[in-house]
Design a protein around this ligand. Structure first.
Ligand SMILES: [Zn+2]
Length: 405
């Protein structure tokens, strides 16, 4: 049995198959249903979240022969099929990164004026539109100012801030979201079920988390793991293939740091490295874990977080026994470390240093206690007494005597 590359096989063919962008697909379906077709759409958002895919579905829907099938394209008529196969004469996909000159856009402007036959729409999908040169943007603008009938532009970009305002103002803009880890994991579950591959929930979640909001990345990662071991996906197999670190270790690291147990911290890191884990991956994971703890601490619940049920409970328990300042301090150190690791030749050594330093810092002193001690110091300076020991009851600072001129 051959295993077709997942991303291609599972590429959505209808609006209702687009994952995690319902706010956009619903709006598009409504617009198509009522015939309010914009001349120019701008799809912006991170990579791998469905911008180009949605553009192709929109193109299909505009030219689908089976209009009574509703706003979702039928995916079966000759037009839908030719668009899916990339052979349609009515849909032109242009990569803005490699066709970014003014000449490229001039060619496009000339082509735009050939009205499509048979009353269909001509759709130009320009991917990475922000890569166009200024001259190319100006040429494009002329077309957008006097758009020919039955021509629809769909621009896609990851860098919307680099698209000129003059272009933006002529587009109907849609912001594609980074897809939630849980949603990606659910989608991976659908795929493995259909492909009859056994997989643990935790393993799929680990894959989904690594994809960091990009569905396409999650699918490629799944391919990578399946081609390596198609028997059964567990956190171990996923971790081994991708050099990922099992999330459980982060709880242990935080626990060891809180207990100021530097030896244990080093053992844990050693265990990760011995198991083939990547140090940078470990640091990234630890940062995310501490961010989750901080969120749980501040919100009083882990309910909103993109984590598994088990992790949610554990985050709640751990956050109770830890101070917000300690989490912030650890987060700062680790983020500095993450920056250093990109240049460091000894990532493991640097990471060990940071972890040992964190473990050696002890827990934060209560600010109230510090203030009380400061106040006691101020009060005793004039009297030649030794400062009183810190008590758990913070005392209000004494009023300063008004200074005489
Ligand atoms: Zn169709």
């Amino acid at each position: 049995m051959s295993y077709q590359v997942t991303a291609r096989k599972w590429r959505p063919r209808r609006f209702d198959q687009v994952v995690g962008q319902e706010h956009i697909t619903t709006t598009l379906i409504n617009a198509l249903g009522t015939g309010r077709i914009a001349q120019c759409y701008l799809f912006c958002g991170p990579r791998g979240v469905g911008k180009t895919t949605t553009a192709r579905i929109l193109a299909k829907a505009l030219n689908c022969a089976n209009v009574d099938a509703g706003a979702d394209p039928c995916d079966d008529c000759p037009s839908c099929k030719s668009i899916a196969e990339g052979t349609s004469m009515d849909v032109l996909e242009i990569d803005g990164a490699s066709n970014n000159s003014v000449d490229d856009v001039r060619d496009l402007r000339e082509a735009v004026h050939y009205i499509p036959t048979g009353g269909s729409y001509k759709i130009y999908i320009i991917d990475e539109v922000h890569m166009l040169s200024t001259a190319a943007f100006n040429a494009l603008l002329k077309t957008l100012e006097e758009p020919p009938e039955r021509v629809v532009f769909v621009f896609a970009t990851t860098e919307v801030q680099e698209v000129p305002e003059t272009i933006l103002s002529r587009c109907q803009r849609f912001n594609f979201r980074r897809i939630a880890t849980g949603t990606i994991a659910d989608h991976l579950r659908t795929i493995v079920s259909a492909e009859k591959i056994e997989a643990d929930d935790e393993a799929l979640f680990l894959l989904a988390r690594r994809a960091d909001g990009a569905l396409r990345d999650a699918e490629s990662l799944l391919d990578q793991v399946v081609s390596f071991n198609a028997e059964r996906l567990t956190t171990e197999t996923v971790g081994d293939v991708l050099g990922l670190v099992d999330g459980g270790v982060f709880f242990d690291v935080v626990e060891a740091v809180s207990a100021a147990d530097a030896t244990r911290v080093l053992e844990l890191l050693s265990g990760v490295v011995d198991a083939g884990g990547d140090v940078e991956e470990f640091v990234r994971g630890l940062i995310e874990h501490i961010r989750n703890l901080l969120f749980t601490k501040v919100q009083g619940t882990a309910g909103e977080l993109d984590v598994t049920e088990t992790e949610r409970d554990r985050l709640g328990e751990t956050a109770q026994g830890i101070q917000e300042q300690d989490l912030l301090r650890a987060l700062r150190s680790l983020m500095d470390l993450e920056g250093e690791l990109r240049r460091s030749l000894q990532p493991r050594f640097r990471t060990e240093l940071t972890l040992v330093r964190l473990a050696g810092m002890g827990n934060a002193v209560d600010v109230g206690q510090l203030l009380a001690r400061l106040a006691a110091l101020e009060a005793t300076i004039g009297h030649g007494q030794t400062p009183a020991p810190v008590t758990s009851q913070p005392q209000p600072p004494p009023r300063r005597a008004a200074s005489t001129p």
